[in-house]
Design a binder for this molecule. Structure first.
Ligand code: NAD
Ligand code: WQD
Length: 344
């Protein structure tokens, strides 16, 4: 089976994707500099699949080391490029760190692909490129809105760099995947999200509050133009998201792509509010999440959810997990993390 390079493969979405790739027989090489993940993730992957993926502790910004890595693991057939810094607030404070890490990594890969005869690349983009869409659910051809942060800008520029490069090189192709809000963890609770410090994202904050690591969740605003006043997002189970990457890679390897650069929304098509997430979490776990309503968070989008019709039809992929199951999996992962921390 084909060899796939997964950059950022010990990260949250990457690790779940490695599991799904290995499950269908792909050989995986992970490149990660562990800037936002732990080497222990490899053991989690091994426990689930029985296979420890090849691992290279390399910074994708380091062109020479990446070149050597391609030499060493020759005949890589596709790249899934997850490696990036992703904290929106930090990107406002340290824009150059974000432009350098997210864009130089991508440019290095695109430069190295022809040298090492790699034809296919999947790129992790984000619904952040749509900003606040004028029409919901949002389709892939909706206008790209000015980015609200340097992080968001790296995704917009990243997409443009890919389009320009692939169209200039007729033998290469790319699938750009725009993720909505990935949450949850593998059903084994062996891998999941590992936020560094105080979580920025909703779900890790919910689970850390439920387990008692945080006193109270702050709900950022209840005066939005939404049914209950809190913001609405399209929360997708990370395993559903991971499976879409396998389909995207298979599609490229079988030359089934319709365009040399294809772009897909990866979402459920359903919008849920912050308050609905809290309520559903409490219902399925039986654990209460103390929260208080505070002011709006700067830069937040009021409401966004995907129209996944194009991905459903073209990829033959659909997000299948219910939000109840997804929230249960996030809770099981948080509990497992606590157990591990107590044992250490
Ligand atoms: P993550 O931080 O858990 O994973 C990213 C991984 O990349 C980490 O393991 C980190 O150590 C590694 N990394 C970062 N910079 C690197 C570099 N220069 N060289 C090598 N490794 C490097 O993040 P995630 O949530 O798994 O996100 C994966 C991708 O999906 C990112 O590109 C992110 O921007 C994108 N994305 C994430 C979300 C989300 O909500 N999680 C939403 C949309 C898009
Ligand atoms: C979800 C909702 C918050 C925390 C961010 C990035 C985006 C993408 C995903 C990568 C919002 C509310 C949150 C809290 C809260 N990443 N919230 N209390 O903002 O949709 O997107 O992550 O591309 O680019 O911007 O996700 O999980 O931070 O927030 O009330 O403590 O939860 O206001 O409505 P968001 P999130």
């Amino acid at each position: 089976m084909a060899k796939i390079l997964v950059t950022g493969g010990t990260g949250y979405i990457g690790s779940h994707t490695v599991v799904e790739l290995q499950k269908v027989g792909f050989e995986v090489i992970i490149v990660d500099n562990l800037s936002n993940s732990s080497i222990d993730v490899l053991s989690g992957i091994e426990k689930i699949t029985g296979i420890r993926p090849a691992f290279e502790n390399i910074d994708c910004v380091d062109y020479v080391s990446m070149d050597r890595m391609f030499e060493k693991h020759n005949n890589i057939e596709a790249i899934i490029h997850f490696a990036a810094s992703k904290a929106v607030g930090e990107s406002v404070e340290k824009p150059l760190l974000y432009y350098r890490n997210n864009l130089v990594s991508l440019i290095n890969l695109l430069q190295l692909m022809p040298i090492h005869k790699v034809k296919n690349i999947v790129f992790s983009s984000s619904c952040t490129v749509y900003g606040q869409p004028d029409i919901l659910p949002v389709t892939e051809d909706a206008p790209i809105k000015p980015a609200l942060s340097p992080y968001g800008n790296t995704k917009q520029i990243g997409e443009e760099i890919i389009r320009d490069t692939i169209y200039a090189n007729p033998c290469y192709q790319s699938v750009i995947l725009r993720y909505f809000n990935p949450i949850g963890a593998h059903s084994s609770a062996e891998i999941g999200e590992l936020p560094n410090g105080v979580p920025n994202n909703l779900l890790p904050f919910v689970t850390q509050t439920a387990i008692g690591l945080r006193k109270q969740l702050q709900v950022f605003g209840n005066d939005y133009n939404t049914p209950d006043g809190s913001c609405v997002r399209d929360y997708i189970h990370v395993v559903d998201l991971a499976k879409a990457h396998v389909v995207a890679v298979e599609r490229m390897l079988k030359n089934e792509t319709k365009k040399r650069v294809e772009t897909f929304n990866l979402g459920t098509g359903r919008g849920l509010s912050v308050l609905e997430i809290i309520e559903t979490f409490e219902k399925v776990t039986g654990v209460s999440v103390p929260y208080k309503i505070v002011g709006r968070r700067e830069g937040d989008i009021e409401k966004v959810w995907a129209d996944p019709t194009y991905a459903n039809g073209e990829l033959g992929w659909t997000a299948k997990e219910t939000v109840e199951e997804t929230l249960r999996s996030a809770w099981a992962w948080e509990q497992n993390l606590e157990k591990r921390n107590i044992q250490e």
